[in-house]
Design a protein around this ligand. Sequence first.
Ligand code: ATP
Ligand code: MN
Length: 455
Amino acid sequence: MERRGGSLGRDKPCPDRGSSSGSLSAKLSTVGRDDHGFSPLHWACREGRSSVVDMLIMRGARINVMNRGDDTPLHLASSHGHREIVGKLIQCKADTNSANEHGNTPLHYACFWGQDQVAEDLVTNGAQVSICNKYGETPLDKAKPHLCELLREKAEKMGQNLAKIPFKDTFWKGTTRTRPRNGTLNKQAGIDYKQLSLLAKVNENQSGELWQGRWQGNEIVVKVLKVRDWTTRKSRDFNEEYPKLRIFSHPNVLPMLGACQSPPAPHPIIITHWMPYGSLYNVLHEGTNFVVDQTQAVKFGLDIACGMAFLHTLEPMIPRHYLNSKSVMIDEDMTARISMADVKFSFQCPGRMYLPAWVAPEALQKKPEEINRRSSDMWSFAILLWELVTREVPYADLSNMEIGMKVALEGLRPTIPPGISPHICKLMKICMNEDPAKRPKFDMIVPILEKMQDK
Ligand code: ATP
Ligand code: MN
């Protein structure tokens, strides 16, 4: 503890609590990084500016970004005891065991600075209490006796092995630090077809084939799109449209990783991460090995609403994105993610309405340019909520053609069976307002779903 600065790296670029930081807005106005490699998110987390953190996350700030000293925003928020921000970062999948240049994790700092509640929250969310820094010190070594005792108990309850995890061969070195999912994949939009290995065909339909495969050590799916008459015009449109789907900045959006056109007779090909549970539709209706109870239903609803709130901040919005349970994927940690690989391209059956059961009545009748997409997406979300709580396929006994006709022209609507929580019923009804202008915005319903989650 004597080496307050040294061993914890506090006199180095970052977590520098003592010195004045200048105005936050000045920091934020600099595009990108300052000379310590702090991102705006680093600053907002250090200064405890919760609403700025929200804004930055909404705008797509990367959660696990590192400064020159390899501190993540979570290191700063933890060190300065900003508990609410720590919670937000964790919710957005911040890595609780990320080590900086000294091998210190956010928990090392929370312990050292006596941020007891933050330390507890970190441990609850998977932070290891026995991980060694470069100097062989664990977070517990840094904590005062009472906190040390409390964390040790908590860690034991959570099933942590309390044997010291040595600095050199720590498990996180190879994975987190190289940031495989985002950092490296981010750079390459155009992929080399020869580097794709296709393992098994999963599905084939009118829009194309879907294969499971590997690419650069990642488990992926490869979508080979079926397009009649692949003209240079279409090829050019493809190259313009797919980069917009490479959205890596929100935990509830599943990016399209890259694309290419396969020889010899070119087919457009897109790739995305392989999701072990498949789509929400698969999970809800095609009997995998877990049941979506009400808690999980609300969690999925919240994930989807967060993802949609983010997509609705984009200007212009992504065209031809249809929200339904087949275009929401479930990740290995049970996070719902909106699939960018399911966004349609301009050359895919223009004008055809996909999966009418989730489409708002006004959207079934009007031309795309006359529809308020943000309002009609909210209707689709209401259908998803209905699907989540009933675990049934909407209008299951009708064909797509019949659904389209009856919803648009005959006032067909999903019926809400008894036994559904009144809170969810109410939310569903608000989101399914017949008047598109009266439906709420996604950022308005996120807090409602968050509250339901606490119940
Ligand atoms: P559309 O062509 O209109 O999107 P679809 O969703 O039925 O129709 P695909 O998108 O090809 O067709 O998906 C087929 C199946 O492949 C889905 O049922 C889903 O289970 C699975 N699938 C799709 N994307 C992924 C993914 N990223 N990871 C794992 N499985 C996936
Ligand atoms: Mn699909």
